[in-house]
Design a protein around this ligand. Structure first.
Ligand SMILES: [Zn+2]
Length: 178
């Protein structure tokens, strides 16, 4: 609908990469994360859209390039307490469009190759999904102060000097009572 601004629009799934480069197209848009099956499989929950910014342009050597960034939040399983933890994700990428492996090898090193299909079309959703998946932490964890397993059992408070005076035999006696 024409009345929607670009900021509200969902990114198109499949785009003509060459055409977007030629018109130097720029997007600020989102992808509904419900559309990203691999991402949903990799996390506990992903309720937020993936917010994307991207620019299609000619890079050095007239290479066709997509430069962009994304950000979102996902819920993952904390590797310390196994509770839910919200992980902010963000990333930047610089992709060079290629049609085959040969072209991929010939790309300058700072460009990550992304293959277009035989019609020159790019699957934008799965391209961004790849980037989001790459940004997932291997060991998602709460900050220590928020991690449930780090919160000690409620116990009477000891000062340092109290701790020093604890008799190890008292501790053993208490254990035996359990
Ligand atoms: Zn935790």
């Amino acid at each position: 609908m024409m009345s929607r601004t670009m900021a509200e629009a969902q990114l198109p799934k499949r785009v003509d990469a060459g055409k977007l480069v030629d018109s130097n197209q720029q997007f600020t848009a989102y992808i509904d994360s419900a559309n990203l099956e691999r991402l949903n499989d990799a996390v506990v929950r992903c309720d937020e859209p993936i917010h994307c910014q991207m620019v299609f342009e000619r890079g050095t050597d007239r290479k066709r390039v997509l430069t962009g960034s994304f950000h979102t939040n996902v819920v993952m399983c904390c590797q310390r307490c196994l509770g839910d933890v919200t992980i902010p994700l963000q990333g930047e990428y610089k992709l060079g469009f290629v049609l085959n492996d040969e072209q991929a090898k010939a790309l300058p090193r700072q460009l990550e190759p992304v293959e277009l299909d035989e019609d020159g079309k790019l699957d934008l959703w799965s391209t961004i999904e790849d980037e989001v998946l790459l940004s997932l932490p291997n060991f998602p964890m709460h900050p220590e102060s928020e991690c449930q397993i780090m919160q000690p059992e409620p116990e009477p408070e000891y000062t340092d000097s109290d701790v020093n005076r604890v008799n190890p035999f008292d501790v053993l006696a208490k254990l035996k009572q359990k």
